[in-house]
Design a protein around this ligand. Sequence first.
Ligand code: PRT
Ligand code: ZN
Length: 311
Amino acid sequence: MNFNYMKQTTQNSSSPGEDNLKIAVQKSGRLFEGSMQLLKECGIEISNGNNPVRPGHPVGQLRVQSPNFPIEVFFLRDDDIPEYVQDAVADIGFVGENVVREKNKKVETIEKLGFGKCRLSIAVPKNGVLQSVNDLAGKKIATSYPVILTDYLEKKNISAEIHEISGSVEIAPRIGLADAICDLVSSGSTLFSNELKEIETILASEAVLIVDKKISPQKKFILDKLLFRIRSVKKAKNNKYVLLNAPNDRIGIICNLLPGMRSPTILPLAEPGWSSVHSVINEADFWNVIEQLKANGAQGILIIPIEKMIE
Ligand code: PRT
Ligand code: ZN
């Protein structure tokens, strides 16, 4: 155990200080829950960011000190987060990749966080004449993402007019403001209900961890602790613990299907000729592996969520 670290944690536990890692997160909106949930899963306690937590604290720039980790949370509008991190007001931030790309500030993206997933897409009226991005030459595209869209169109050598609007982009074609839109999509229901269809995804996005490029070694030390926790949480989410019974003559084949963290654990069962096998499966391979396990004689398969995964 690192004693200095424990000392630092205790010293910083009640009052904000220069040594704390300052993190910017969205004050309210689509990334708020995911950000709070991730910190919680990392064992970091934070009070509800929607409420002022200390008497007399100005609303609009809420700061909350964690009682059990040397971190201070700034609750901000997501659009402002890259700039606050660039200017070292916050050391790190949780924000959508789409915002990082659009704001184009001097910050480093060091980790994808696995929530807030969406895509920035070009969409056109469902029953219109436009069918592909090549049809957009000379047309008007409404978007809140002019920087990313300009970059995309330049790369594709398409000359179109960009009309920047800050909200309700999806209604632009219907009211004659634009021929097409470029907007964030997650379920696709907004496009559907506005009779629009996606013709191109120009950016796949999710919440990411951004860092001030000039972060001090002391803060980097705390950041590394946080990153270690975030990676353990993410890894656990991408894997499942699997427990099954297998006939001994099939153990070799079954173990090949289950690489585990090192190799599967095999324990003899009371019933002769059978063993219990414990291992870890990646979420992406999950159903495929389960089918093969069953086909090779595995029985009583239990799949258990993993809370943290430390290697
Ligand atoms: O107040 P503040 O400025 O902080 O918040 P905001 O209103 O600018 O942002 P917010 O909370 O809407 O989104 C924050 C971040 O969430 C975005 O920057 C993305 O990184 C991420 N995200 C994930 C999304 C979506 N999914 C999403 N579906 N952001 C917006 N949308 C919108 C989209 O613009 C469209 O209007 O949802 C609609 C489409 O959704 P579907 O499900 O109908 O396809
Ligand atoms: Zn915003």
